[in-house]
Ligand binder design. Sequence first.
Ligand code: SAM
Ligand code: SF4
Length: 472
Amino acid sequence: MLELTLNKTHDESRQGEAFAPKQILKNPFAKKFYIESYGCAMNFADSEVVASILQKQGFGITAKFEDADMIFINTCSIREKAEATVRKRLTEFRKMKKHNPGLLVGVLGCMAERLKSKFLEEEKLVDIVVGPDAYRSLPTLIEEAESGQKGVNVLLSREETYGDISPIRLNSNGVTAFVSIMRGCNNMCSFCVVPFTRGRERSRDAASVVKECTDLFNEGYREVTLLGQNVDSYQWVNSANNSVISFANLLEKVAQISPLLRVRFSTSHPKDITDEVLFTMGKYGNICKNIHLPVQSGSSRILQKMNRTYTREWYLSKVNRIREVLPGCGISTDVITGFCTETEEDHRETLSLMEYCEYDLAYMFFYSERAGTLAARRFTDDVPEEIKKRRLQEVVALHRIQSLRSMQKEIGKTVKVLIEGNSKKSDGHWSGRSDTNKVVVFPKNETIQKGDYADVVIENCTAGTLIGKLKI
Ligand code: SAM
Ligand code: SF4
């Protein structure tokens, strides 16, 4: 599957990442667990919640699966490829049981419900299966599995938000962190499995979100990304005074923690993003001017089939409004090629919409039918794979040109960069991101450190990176 990456919400380089503590703790624990995570940022954030629950129960984290007494894979089922990867990994872990019969292997997250009988009963690949709303029951399920039973809980909840759990930040650069503000999704995009794997939408207590962000800031973090499948429908009612907190209200509260704390968010649904959110973004310099606004298709006919509940014209009017209220705001998107019945003309409409929007960043996928979705039940997956892939190649090629152009526009400008760490290619350079989410590298000097802000003059670029020097 082709995807263009470098977007923090679905970072291809992090797929299969093993969980490692920020600092390697001396491990006083009797039993150790290892977690490998796949999928979107939300899944990675969930692994941090799981780590917190397990550590409270006296289990220690290890970054090496060879040292673990329990191995967990936090799974994603959004596309077929992710499932195949997890199956392969589980088969490898299963083999380790020959030498270590006490080893427990568990599947967490989105694949749990769908594959519980297959992995657990038929293929006997795993001992524990836990859905995304049942992580609190993990310690009990581990006990059950240790006594030889199968530990299963895939129940979805209408209330669970894990709001009271402080995630353990692992594999962290100590500067940027993800914070979940809601779970599940009430939209029924016909291609999407999320409403079935992650359940109904629920918003997390606003006070707990603000507390988590404040704690992160006090620990030295300088950027939070508020996560939800549809952040604009965030709504939390304070039962003490019946006041309603909208997403714009929450964004403002988090922005007010400190002007030194950058705030990002993802994902915005084109049908729900409001002027109130755009005005709040404009009001605070520390809310990054970047919006992830997935379009999926440029054809109104296909959008209707996808049940996205907006048209091409509606989407374009939202893009125009963003540019009017927030000139220079970065816009990124998701595109699917080859959805059921998509014609060449529909495909050209996607290309022409992309030409108009000039996205800074895009995730691009070809359609992969998921069992149980509305599309799988109602439509025929009738676009041949080679056509889906050829259209994807065309979308990717156009985006490459556009993203290079969007980078080139920055040359000569001075951008404010939050330093996240060493550049991947050279320890002599810092790497960070601009307000509009572009990666920037520049030579180090002793006066600034990781977690600092730097004004950088952009001198050059590649399709993925701006290259500059410190402004003197
Ligand atoms: N909530 C977000 C939204 O409304 O756009 C997206 C969530 S989904 C986890 C991330 C992206 O995966 C989607 O925007 C879509 O482009 C892609 N995706 C979801 N289901 C897919 C499928 N069946 N085949 C291909 N791509 C899919
Ligand atoms: Fe899936 Fe649509 Fe919900 Fe996004 S908004 S998670 S694409 S159902």
